[in-house]
Design a protein. Structure first.
Length: 337
């Protein structure tokens, strides 16, 4: 691969706060030992279920493409209260929720997607997940190895802890996933709090902390206009609006430096690899088996997520199938805001 010099320097126009020098506090500082079994779990109660049943009754008689569905078209007071609770947990609590769960025995897959879309709209605003404007993203193994232009989420390969769209402008505030069909084996989901991991870095490796707040190069995965820079530069960690945020993808950092023909500096490499090692320590991770009908929503700025390698069923209709939405308050609906 030929080296490139065309790099999008995002850090040149980003305002950030000072690097924290003391351990972070608050509900976002959690690990496996401090989380309670019901933290983040939000049941779909009877009132919300009844409202969604009424929505399905209406849509069966009046079909409409999902992207045109607005919560204001239906009576969704109980659903709104549930999603307001979710927003509070995401913003002021542990930073993740699992809505448990949509009734897939009673809803078709298309109906479950419609219910999911409406619940997400009550939380925030869905935005494009690819440069070509795709709003609803089916996460399935497409049989290709991950690499430049092939996102790991459409493979069955094991993932590193990452944040979605770390390698482009305007990453989503929240990442939502609806499980329609789990894998035959594997595909275990995990989340990790960057606040907890930062505290561990600060305690064990204080000399590496500043490098995390300096720019790294990321491969943009060909999700950009044909004449746009294929590599972007920005820090792994920043302080925005008084909160520590992270934009991370180990795989895309390694690929970004390779594409640019630049060697990652030794301090930058050590900081990146040390961060990776700490995130993978079992006590920092919250693991769960994604069950049909469940909706997972994570704060994409303060939590990392991953899943293990999986093996699918042979039958096409039984293959692992998640549906992803990106939710973002600011900017326009475009992929790059």
């Amino acid at each position: 691969m030929h080296a490139i010099s065309n790099v999008l320097n995002e850090g040149a126009h980003c305002e950030t706060g000072a690097i924290p020098r003391a351990p972070l506090q608050g509900p976002m500082v959690w690990d496996r030992s401090t989380l309670r079994p019901d933290d983040g779990i939000v049941p779909l109660d009877d009132a919300a279920r009844a409202e969604l049943d009424a929505v399905m009754h209406t849509l069966r008689a009046n079909p409409l493409p999902i992207e045109f569905l607005e919560p204001s078209m239906f009576r969704l007071e109980a659903c709104k209260a549930m999603m307001d609770r979710c927003r509070g947990i995401l913003e002021e609590g542990v930073g993740f929720v699992i809505v448990d769960r949509l009734p897939l025995d009673d809803y078709s897959k298309a109906e479950a997607k419609a219910a999911y879309w409406l619940l997400a709209r009550l939380l925030s605003r869905p935005v494009a997940q690819s440069w070509d404007g795709k709003m609803i993203y089916d996460v399935r193994d497409m049989g290709k190895p991950p690499g430049n232009g092939v996102r790991p989420d459409v493979t069955n390969a094991e993932q590193n802890f990452h944040t979605d769209n770390s390698y482009n402008l305007c990453p989503p505030d929240y990442v939502a996933l609806l499980c329609l069909q789990p894998a035959k084996e594997g595909g275990i989901s995990s989340i990790v709090s960057f606040h907890s991991v930062f505290n561990a870095m600060l305690e064990r490796h204080p000399g590496l902390v500043d490098r995390l707040f300096a720019p790294y190069l990321f491969d943009r995965q060909k999700e950009h206009a044909p004449d746009a820079p294929p590599v972007i530069s920005h820090p792994l960690m920043q302080v925005q609006d008084g909160r520590l945020t992270c934009r991370l993808s180990h795989r895309h950092v390694i690929a970004g430096y390779k594409m640019a023909g630049i060697e990652l500096d030794s301090l930058g490499e050590t900081a990146l690899e040390t961060l990776e090692e700490i995130m993978l320590e079992p006590h920092f991770c919250r693991e769960f088996f994604f069950e049909p009908g469940q909706i997972q929503i994570v704060d994409n700025r303060r939590l990392g997520h991953r899943r293990t390698h999986f093996i699918d069923y042979d039958e096409p209709e039984r293959k692992r199938h998640l549906v992803r939405l990106w939710l973002r308050r600011a900017g326009r609906l475009f992929y790059n805001g």
